[in-house]
Design a protein around this ligand. Structure first.
Ligand code: NAD
Length: 353
């Protein structure tokens, strides 16, 4: 994100940029002012004290990093074990941005929230262009059109953001979640909360998986709301588990002709039984979208917010122009995956060591 180069320089950094690194997000190399531009990624990382990236670097690129240097990127260690092992061997201090603790003090560094807010914003827009009707009520010379009903399932960061967009588009909104505290949040955005009578609060503000009995109870209540919706946005997720299935094939079959499902759970398998991740499917007259990497459709702002998340982390780490690691700080302790030749993340250590 070029606009932040000044702030990085103010922290004492001299910047090197991989050529065309920002191009997919419409940022030309020239926008990064005085940064040195290098074509070969290995040259970029080989003399850097701090490497900033979006995606985890491949293991052979890690081998070109300076021992003792710092990496700040998304890591998803469980799916990138080679990279984690290379970071450990190279004695790199690797911050896994997706592991930033979900605590108030770390909100400004929380990439999952910043990107979920964008994905949620975008979901009703994606759905709207696939609908054969409009969303707001419209009064015309030949009569009135009724507002569309939008049901949002899963009211975390993405779901609440989706409700906010649906509201701006003039829809009638309903929201549903298994954490009861979301009722007030949904209502404050103008949505009606669908109460299924199930409370599945888990640890750390997340939800837990439902029991078979709870699933049956939820299904009974939700079926009518699913059948009446013109658009459904699903965002439900349980940490470490595949996306819970909230919409069955039978429920899809009972939906209105022309209705659309935008399944933001597609990334982890989908919240609808009939979702094909990365694809759009038509089931009768119902359209089911399973978009992947939604924030990349809003690359300028995705980049803007992610860069700010990283800068806020750097603000915490850099004192007098140098990185200071305080492992007593829960943000540092929770986010560092490898340091000084050791794996510090307990789950990864059990797999790799
Ligand atoms: P998430 O992406 O893990 O899940 C999305 C939503 O799906 C959650 O609201 C969850 O309750 C819901 N869900 C799970 N199973 C469901 C089911 N079977 N049916 C319906 N809904 C289901 O959530 P998130 O957006 O990452 O937020 C999780 C929690 O973390 C929230 O309490 C949020 O307020 C909190 N949070 C805190 C911070 C912070 O303090 N820094 C930042 C972000 C989020």
């Amino acid at each position: 994100m070029p606009a932040l180069t000044t702030r990085l320089e103010r922290l004492g950094a001299a910047l090197t940029l991989e050529a065309n690194a920002g191009l997919a997000a419409t940022f030309a190399d020239t926008a990064y002012r005085d940064a040195r531009i290098e074509n070969d990624p290995k040259t970029v990382v080989s003399d850097a004290d701090i490497v900033l990236a979006v995606q985890p670097p491949p293991a052979d690129l890690v081998k070109a990093m300076k021992p003792g240097s710092v990496l700040i990127s998304l890591l998803y260690g469980n799916s990138n074990l080679d990279t984690v092992a290379a970071l450990k061997d190279r004695k790199v201090t690797a911050f896994a941005m997706e592991q930033i603790p979900r605590i108030s003090r770390a909100q400004s560094m929380d990439v999952l929230s910043s990107q979920a807010a964008l994905a949620g914003y975008y979901a009703p827009l994606l759905g709207a262009v696939h609908m054969p009707r409009i969303l707001p009520m419209m009064t015309t010379a030949v009569g009135s059109l009724r507002a569309a009903k939008v049901l949002v399932m899963g009211l975390g960061v993405a779901g609440l953001s989706a409700l906010a967009t649906a509201h701006r588009l003039g829809a009638i909104m309903e929201g549903y979640d298994v954490r009861p505290e979301t009722r007030e949040q949904a209502e404050s955005l103008g949505a009606k909360f669908v109460d299924t009578g199930v409370d599945a609060r888990g640890e750390g503000g997340y939800a837990r998986e439902l029991t078979a009995d709870e699933k049956a109870k939820v299904e009974q209540t939700l079926t009518r709301h699913i059948a009446e919706a013109d658009m459904i946005i699903t965002t439900a997720s349980v940490p470490g588990r595949p996306a819970p299935k909230l919409i069955s094939s039978a429920q899809v079959a009972a939906m209105k002709p022309g209705a659309v499902i935008v399944d933001l759970g597609a990334e982890s398998g989908g919240n609808c039984e009939m979702t094909k991740p990365g694809d759009t499917v038509n089931v009768g007259a119902v359209t089911i979208l399973g978009p992947l990497n939604v924030p990349s459709a809003l690359a300028q702002h995705a980049s803007d917010l992610y860069a700010k998340n990283i800068l806020n982390l750097l603000d915490l780490l850099i004192k007098d122009g140098a990185i200071h690691l305080d492992f007593e700080d829960e943000v540092v302790a929770g986010t560092v995956a490898t340091h000084d030749g050791k794996i510090r993340n307990e789950a990864l250590r059990q797999i790799i060591e």
